[in-house]
Design a binder for this molecule. Structure first.
Ligand SMILES: Cc1cc2nc3c(=O)[nH]c(=O)nc-3n(C[C@H](O)[C@H](O)[C@H](O)COP(=O)(O)O)c2cc1C
Length: 409
């Protein structure tokens, strides 16, 4: 059941989180399998003469969001609504909220945010909209609110807010992750350790296409000195970072840069009748002999892993092995789709070995080679042959694995 948690994060300033825990969702953005669910975080700050809401919630949960909000404030009293990013998982509840607010609140966001909100919800929603520019400051309720644009993290509209006196960063999607952590903040290390893999998966599937902007924008925020001094980083999804705030941005940087975990090799393949699999057994044996730790995802007639999970493994891999059968003069459909998404969302400079099997005329290997050659990945070798692997195939496979490992080190 979708639940809403409301908790006070601090008393000075009086700050609350309103967290909608969505365990009903199956495919984020109608694409990414997330059995772990997701939260939509909104924050409310009560100041002298001002009540500020930071982002809203997803449209389908408007009613439960508003019920929770009413427990801490009369929506009519909200004076400012800061829209960091207009994607409807944060803005969908805005039209009804504004109706209840009597359109008293000033909405604050970038010019892009204004245009997008108008397109999504009509003129009424933006009639009291204040456009802010990068670095602009507004004094609200006795505090200095600084707005910093972080374009393409992950839409063109995106900005963060820094409340100068309290050293709080409201970061919306930047710093977010999938999952419904049992805790609200990062004070329990066990919760954090369980949560971080969901963050990687979120970064790759949602922001991955723009991953170079993660590194650029976090560099920009660090350059302003606000990450080092931040008391809290408060994202729009997942854990609030109160104990060790800069940890989440450092984690984002590492994923954005594709920093590898020592010895991790990601192995992805399909096998309908076991011929690709036989080759992969040889590959895995050689990898293990060389001290590598393969992480394997396979598509067979008994299993089909979530592509979103596979994507989440790419940034921390030292190298990749992609195995595919030829299927109707193409790459097997499961690997084709997986590869397409890897190249779009997790395109990193990492070495790749291609392994193929075919019946009468193999093309999968060549087609994967062409895709890899147009990406940032480095092609190390392609070993493709007919039917069951021969002794010569085994020799070539072992040699190719040794080449891959040497390339990665
Ligand atoms: C539906 C289907 C389509 C296939 N299309 C081709 C093809 O176009 N060219 C080819 O050489 N082999 C084709 N094959 C044969 C497989 O590529 C070959 O049997 C390969 O060894 C399968 O490896 P696997 O058992 O690991 O899936 C096809 C097999 C199936 C079941």
């Amino acid at each position: 059941m979708v639940a809403v948690r409301v908790e006070q994060l601090c008393t000075d300033p009086e700050l609350y989180i309103i967290r909608v825990d969505d365990d009903r969702i199956k495919y984020f953005e109608a694409t990414w399998e997330i059995p772990e669910g997701i939260t939509y975080n909104s924050y409310l700050m009560k100041l002298d003469g001002a009540v500020v809401l930071f982002d809203a919630s997803k449209g389908e949960y408007t009613d439960i969001f508003l019920d929770a909000l009413r427990k801490i404030v009369d929506p009519k009293e909200i004076t400012h609504i800061i829209v960091h990013h207009t994607e409807p998982d944060h803005s969908g509840a805005l039209p009804k909220l504004l109706e209840e607010n009597g359109h008293r609140a000033q909405i604050i966001g970038t010019q892009f945010a204004r245009n997008l909100l108008q397109g999504f919800y009509g003129d009424e929603v933006v009639k009291n909209f204040k456009v802010v520019k990068d670095g602009e400051e507004l004094s609200i309720g006795g505090k200095t609110f600084r707005f910093i644009t972080v374009p393409w993290l992950h839409w063109p509209d995106t900005m963060i807010t820094y409340v100068v006196e309290d050293r709080l960063i409201f970061s919306c999607d930047a710093g977010g992750g999938y999952g419904i952590p049992e805790a609200i903040d990062d004070s329990d290390e066990k919760v954090v350790e369980e949560y971080l893999p969901h963050v990687t998966k979120y970064i790759v599937t949602v922001i991955g296409h723009y991953h170079k902007y993660i590194v650029q924008n976090i560099k920009k925020l660090k350059g302003l000195g606000i990450v080092e001094e931040a008391k809290m980083i408060l994202p729009g999804h997942g854990l609030a970072w109160c104990k060790n705030p800069k940890r989440i941005f450092e984690f984002y940087e590492a994923v954005g840069a594709g920093v590898p975990e020592k010895d991790k090799v990601l192995v992805i393949y399909d096998s309908m009748y076991g011929f690709v699999e036989k080759r992969m057994e040889i590959v895995l044996d050689e990898l293990k002999k060389l001290g590598k730790k393969p992480v394997v995802y396979r598509f067979t007639d008994k299993e089909a892993p979530a592509v979103s999970d596979i994507l989440g493994e790419v940034p921390s891999a030292e190298a990749l092995v992609i195995g595919a059968s030829t299927y109707e003069a193409e790459i097997h459909p499961r690997v084709r789709y997986t590869l397409y998404e890897i190249l779009d969302k997790a395109n990193y400079e990492k070495p790749v070995l291609i392994v193929g099997a075919f019946g009468w005329g193999g093309v999968a290997g060549k087609k994967i080679e062409t895709l890899i050659s147009r990406s940032k990945f480095d092609l190390v070798d392609t070993v493709e042959s007919r039917g069951r692997p021969t002794e010569e195939d085994e020799r070539r496979l072992r040699e190719a694995v040794r080449k891959l490992v040497a390339w990665a080190s």
